[in-house]
Design a binder for this molecule. Structure first.
Ligand code: 3EB
Length: 347
């Protein structure tokens, strides 16, 4: 065996989590270092399901190509399964995915609410067992998110099930919630990915917005459970997860029917979250250093939304654009972002 010098030792002691946008082929080329991935593709994927969550969404910027958000870590990765969850675990960090068909639940009560509660309960049970107590980030993908059934919008049903699981596990629903996003797709099982760890993140709120955990009742009987961002330190690395961010100030949607203004307002919110992160930590984050994912309701809005984002961030802007439904019918888009110490770039 080859001797391992001190630099190699340092790497082993300080595994760094890093993310990248990759094609399915590139993701699968080096599967051992993959902690987890989310693959967006409107067609079925020939991909190792243990490695990634498939989200059936159409990419708008390159329509026939799948794109994967791939998280890798530099240490050993071990895979496991618990109930409906598939997970992969590095040193102090765990990536899990769950795809839960709603037809498995009893038709007497809102199916999505039951699916959400079941999925989140399983996540919390798994994390208790493995002693990964801290959630950094959830990604939630929900079929027909704006449809009504049982007299309630499905996104609101999802919020009830999610919050019930948090409450059942004694988790805080008024603060310190993980970063998250919740988007709609045409069909498919409830699809959730998450990253958790053994050390607590710093949860960040946005002074321009009411905490989502405290939205008033007009948006549903239970508030969504997420914070605006989470800042995570792993080894020597830092990852900033910025939640799905929309044209909301206070709790109200602004700029109905104007996708460019909604882009500008969402980016003002992301800037406010960055300022808050910079105020609370020694890091210095800026808009140009983030990788963005832009969910757009109407495909025709791609060109103006993209032009506005490039105007704000600069020509070098790293962004993937997807067609998705947004959780309020008056929202035309939602933007999420991430910063990882090792660059989160496009290949
Ligand atoms: C908002 O700010 C827009 O329910 O997990 C953004 C991020 C949104 C996460 C969630 C919802 C969620 O309220 C919607």
């Amino acid at each position: 065996m080859r001797a391992c010098g001190h630099r190699c030792g340092a790497l082993m002691r300080d595994p760094v989590l890093h993310g990248e946008y990759q094609s399915v082929a590139d993701m699968q080329e080096q599967p051992d270092s993959v902690l987890g991935a989310i693959c967006f593709s409107s067609t079925p994927l020939m991909v190792d399901q243990a490695l990634c969550l498939h989200v059936p969404m159409q990419r708008l910027d390159q329509p026939d190509e799948a794109v994967c958000e791939v998280w890798r870590c530099s240490g050993q990765v071990a895979a496991g399964q618990y109930g409906d969850i598939r997970y992969r675990q590095g040193d102090g960090v765990l990536f899990g995915v769950i795809a839960l068909p709603e037809h498995r639940f009893d038709a007497g009560r809102p199916l999505l609410q039951q699916a959400a509660e079941s999925a989140y309960r399983q996540v919390f049970e798994l994390l208790n067992r493995l002693e990964y107590h801290y959630l950094f980030r959830f990604w939630n993908y929900i079929a027909d998110i704006n449809a009504e059934s049982f007299g309630m919008e499905r996104y609101q049903q999802f919020n009830i099930g999610r919050q019930d699981a948090f409450l059942a596990h004694g988790r805080d629903v008024l603060g310190n919630a993980p970063a998250a996003c919740a988007l709609g797709m045409r069909e498919g099982p409830l699809a959730i990915a998450f990253i958790a760890g053994t050390a607590p993140p710093l949860n960040i709120e946005n002074p321009r917005q009411i905490s989502a955990c405290r939205y008033p009742q007009q948006y549903g009987p239970r508030s969504p459970t997420f914070s605006r961002a989470s800042l995570v330190r792993i080894g020597k690395g830092t990852v900033l997860f910025i939640s799905g961010t929309a044209s909301i100030v206070g709790h109200a949607t602004l700029h109905h029917d104007d996708a460019v203004m909604q882009t500008r307002e969402a980016m003002a919110n992301i800037k406010a979250v960055l300022d808050e992160a910079n105020r609370q930590s020694p890091d210095s984050f800026d808009l140009a250093g983030l990788a963005y994912r832009v969910y757009i309701r109407h495909p025709a809005d791609l060109a103006p939304v993209r032009a506005e984002l490039v105007r704000i961030v600069g020509e070098q802007c790293t962004a993937v654009y997807l067609q998705a439904d947004i959780c309020r019918t008056d929202l035309l888009l939602e933007i999420e972002a991430v910063h990882a110490t090792k660059s989160f770039g496009m290949e």
